[in-house]
Design a protein around this ligand. Structure first.
Ligand code: FE
Length: 301
């Protein structure tokens, strides 16, 4: 059977009712989006002749994988697609230039200490070399950006993030900070070297990646939000250009322009990287997206 079945009067009427199309109540936007999602799912079911058993297996997969949705949207390319979509809309609006945006990922934690100066991100010991990173935050004309808050977070040498570390070995804000920059827009921090990581073995993302014949690895990387009054908030990350997965990132977070190759000396690595922000067109540009994020209480000093 072809998917014209989805277009039959009976099926269309079912989906209209299911999406509340005839109801005066509810949200018109939610109704319109749900209507399209339901029909798209139905078309996939027909096109691939999905059986009842396969359908319920998929439901169970999504139920059991609910706590990995943040990884699933990255691994399926949907989070990167959002970046491509926002880039395309920016290009249409003539908004180009600046450091590329890239995916946030699911592992930011709000409430990291606000610190200044040359910052040590790593509060916990870690048996690995040091990472030194520094550079400037500049605007479209190369001007230094003042009053920047640079949020930075990365994994430890085992690829685990504090707050999400199943070994429980890290303090809440290890390898995390919000750095307040001075009028020259210069930043500088050092830390214990992050390593790349893979999705949790046996978890929903791992199961899906295996079924797709893919791996679940990311290269070593460092995440950033950069916010400053008058400028558009940037969500980005740098990935180590010399990591074996630099060009083969399961989450599609690596992008041209975000792959600096660290200078290695012994077991230390040095990265110089400047961030260029776009100017904000309005107050909304200065906000972070409304994504729900983990939060933790700052530890008592
Ligand atoms: Fe990450």
């Amino acid at each position: 059977m072809d998917d014209s079945f989805v277009k039959t009067h009976e099926v269309q009427a079912l989906f209209d009712t299911a999406a509340g199309i005839g109801s005066a109540d509810g949200s018109p936007r939610v109704k319109a989006i749900m209507r399209d999602i339901i029909e798209a799912a139905a078309a996939v079911i027909v096109r691939h002749d999905v059986s009842e058993s396969e359908f319920w297996q998929a439901v169970t997969f999504l139920q059991q994988g609910a706590d990995e949705f943040g990884l699933l949207v990255a691994g399926t390319g949907l989070e990167h697609f959002l970046d491509l979509f926002m880039d395309a809309k920016d290009a249409e609006a003539g908004l180009t230039g600046g450091t590329p945006r890239t995916i946030e990922g699911p592992l930011y934690v709000a409430g990291a200490p606000l610190v200044e100066g040359d910052v040590n991100l790593s509060k916990d010991p870690d048996d690995t070399g040091a990472l030194y990173m520094n550079g400037r935050v500049i605007g479209p004309d190369g001007e230094p950006v003042s009053d920047v808050i640079l949020h930075v977070w990365h994994a430890n040498s085992k690829g685990w993030y504090s707050h999400f570390d199943p070994t429980g070995e890290q303090t809440p804000f290890n390898n995390r900070a919000r750095i307040k920059l001075g009028p020259d827009g210069r930043y500088s921090f050092h830390s214990r070297m992050p390593n790349g990581y893979s999705v949790p073995p046996g978890g929903a993302t791992d199961v899906l990646m295996q079924a797709l014949g893919r791996h679940g690895n990311r290269p070593a990387h460092v995440h950033f939000f950069i916010e400053a009054p008058g400028y558009r908030t940037l969500t980005t990350q740098i990935n180590f250009g010399d990591d074996p997965f630099a060009k083969d990132d399961f989450a599609f977070g690596t992008r041209e322009g975000l792959l600096p190759v660290p200078q290695r000396q012994g077991d230390s690595a040095y990265i110089a990287f400047d961030f260029r922000l776009q100017r904000a067109a309005g107050a909304e540009d200065e906000q972070l997206s409304a994504r729900s994020r983990a939060a933790a209480e700052p530890a008592l000093a």
